[in-house]
Design a protein around this ligand. Sequence first.
Ligand SMILES: Nc1nc2c(ncn2[C@@H]2O[C@H](COP(=O)(O)OP(=O)(O)O)[C@@H](O)[C@H]2O)c(=O)[nH]1
Ligand SMILES: [Mg+2]
Length: 248
Amino acid sequence: MSQASRTKKPDVKIVILGDMNVGKTSLLHRYTERKFKDTISTVGGAFFLKQWGPYNISIWDTAGREQFHGLGSMYCRGAAAVILTYDVTNWQSLAELENRFLSLTDTANTDCIFAIVGNKADLTDALAQEPEPKSERRDEPQPVVTCPTPPATPLQHKQVSREDAIALYGRVLLYKGLEEKACLPAERMCFETSAKTGYNVDILFETLFDLVLPSILKKRSEGENAIVDLEMPMEVKKTKAGCCAGQI
Ligand SMILES: Nc1nc2c(ncn2[C@@H]2O[C@H](COP(=O)(O)OP(=O)(O)O)[C@@H](O)[C@H]2O)c(=O)[nH]1
Ligand SMILES: [Mg+2]
């Protein structure tokens, strides 16, 4: 297999789920483009491929189908992690995760990891209104900041507390038939983010990237994604190579 085709093949799948307008596309856009736009169209059906160390991670957005056509069982199929997203200013958006979206995760991997994400935290928390700190490269001079810090926007009522999200996490594990003690703790897997300012966005995605790595290694050791290794005996090379196209 050529190096080029290897770099394009996703090793693992992460999906973003949640009601229309909670900011799913904005979160992905913020992470990938480091930008926020007030109006952003959810482009058709695409997933974003992120190289993380030697691995390729695909991150799936709903492409607006949560609004118009609903999401089929294919959307979460084979997912190693699911980001259940709500809007902290909208109680109903949290309820919808349980009512409409959780059942879609039945087709995800059995060891799928769940993150509960309350977006638009900039609307309710002063801390989340601060601009995202620039990533610091010590070998480059830092630009002089010329624009003044914009005045803080008045805060809105937070309809969903962190405790509500933590309680939902517990119910997700229950739905999945998982033992809470054996799973990642809710404190670690519930995030409040702002796609607008970047608050907690990198940490959300990168925590998940690290957490899905064992799933990649497991898949590889099971041979689903076998890569021809000239130093390995022939029996290993023959395992289900080539079936990965159906995984996404
Ligand atoms: N204040 C604020 N607005 C946001 C944030 N994320 C998204 N929005 C806005 O919410 C609306 C819906 O965002 P979008 O990403 O299209 O949501 P999606 O339907 O879940 O993909 C847009 O007007 C965004 O500008 C955020 O973190 N803070
Ligand atoms: Mg969208």
